[in-house]
Design a protein around this ligand. Structure first.
Ligand SMILES: [Fe+2]
Length: 369
């Protein structure tokens, strides 16, 4: 279809190329991709298909264990930011309460800032691992780290695309609570397909940048397969325009060999909306029994960074849209409550909460008088 929007492809080598014309071409494509679609396809990213396959096999070894074994690695006290998240736990904020049809595992592949770890223990905590699955651990950490490096390259390109110094964003994510999530979308039963149950409800990611190396579908018999039907998988909503006031829903089908990067809420806020957090949804296949394994790396601002449009984007409109300023750590905590991973009472831990101390001093005074 001629009016089908074309999501740009960026060659990572061009983005860092000494030749100015090549670098400029890639930077321009990235600007259109993040500005209009909030998503880009990346070529020459360095993620090996064989290692990804090996990781997904190890992930399936883990997910096929009895639920009780997986529950031993489930940590609601860490807001599920490490280890196993059971199905029907996370929900999208605007999903009307429907939880996503998936089970997840979270790890942090990068070194954590010890100061932030003391202040935000749930999102800056050490990894936990299943016993006896070394392939899971080594491939997970390796791919997570590689995705992080790809993301940093993109952030350097994104800063240049907006006329800023290359390390503008990278400096702000250094030591952030970056997390890599692997997941298995659950097979739907015959009575569940085509009833509106989604593998992932429409949402925008709350971090800065998300890297998606591509998942694998699995047949009801347990074999890997291609896309079960043309309609299932990732869809994204483009930026609303006069012609399309609600944006357009576009299928996110990465060309062969490419991976995907998506803009998250933090990057939209810092750029005053110049880059767009992508609303996206994951549709399940129309036939029962199919499942899917997938993986995402989430790059976050450091918890101490201020979330507010940066100087070049401080228009009256942007100030109005993204006020009040808030620390990235606070923003993350609030969002984890919103999506059902952190308990609601977490919010009462923010701000001054030592009224009891004053109350007891005054009570003591009253007793003495
Ligand atoms: Fe997402």
């Amino acid at each position: 279809m001629s009016d089908t929007p074309q999501i740009p492809i960026v060659d990572l080598q061009d983005l860092n190329h000494p030749n100015k014309a090549r670098r400029q071409g890639a930077t321009d494509a990235l600007k259109e991709a993040f500005g209009v679609y909030g998503l880009v396809y990346i070529r020459n990213h360095g993620i090996e298909k064989e290692e990804l396959d090996a990781f997904y096999r190890a992930l399936l070894d883990f997910t096929s264990q009895p639920t009780a074994d997986k529950e031993a690695l489930s940590r609601p006290d860490l807001w599920f930011q490490r280890g196993w998240t059971p199905p029907n736990t996370e929900r999208a904020v605007v999903a009307g309460g429907q939880p996503d049809f998936k089970e997840c595992y979270f790890v942090a592949p990068e070194k954590l800032d010890p100061v932030a770890a003391a202040q935000y223990p749930q999102v800056y905590c050490d990894n936990i691992w299943p016993e006896g699955n070394d392939a899971f651990r080594s491939h997970y950490m390796n791919i997570g780290h590689q995705l992080h490096e790809v993301g940093l390259s993109l952030l350097r390109g994104a800063a240049q695309a907006l006329g800023m110094k290359p390390y503008t964003f990278e400096l702000r994510v250094d030591g952030g609570p970056h997390v890599t999530r692997s997941l298995r979308y659950l097979p739907l039963g015959a009575d569940q397909v085509n009833t509106g149950i989604l593998w992932g409800e429409e949402h925008t990611d709350f971090n800065l940048l998300t890297l998606l190396p591509g998942g694998r579908f699995i047949t009801p018999q347990g074999d890997w397969c291609g896309r079960p039907d043309d309609d299932c998988g990732l869809y994204l909503r483009t930026r609303p325009s006069a012609e399309h006031p609600n944006g357009q829903m576009v299928q996110g089908k990465a060309p062969a060999g490419c991976i995907v990067a998506q803009v998250g809420q933090q990057l939209e806020i810092l750029t005053g909306g110049a880059f767009l957090a992508t609303p996206h949804v994951i549709k399940a296949p129309g036939d029962p029994g199919y499942s899917r394994v997938s993986m995402a790396h989430f790059i976050h601002l450091h918890a101490h960074q201020m979330l507010f449009p940066m100087e070049p984007f401080l228009s009256q409109e942007a100030i109005k849209a993204y006020s009040p300023p808030v620390l990235a750590g606070t923003y993350g905590t609030k969002t984890l409550v919103d999506i059902g991973l952190a308990p609601p009472e977490t919010l009462s831990q923010m701000g001054y909460r030592h009224y009891e101390r004053l109350g007891s001093i005054r009570a003591e005074e009253d007793a003495q008088s």
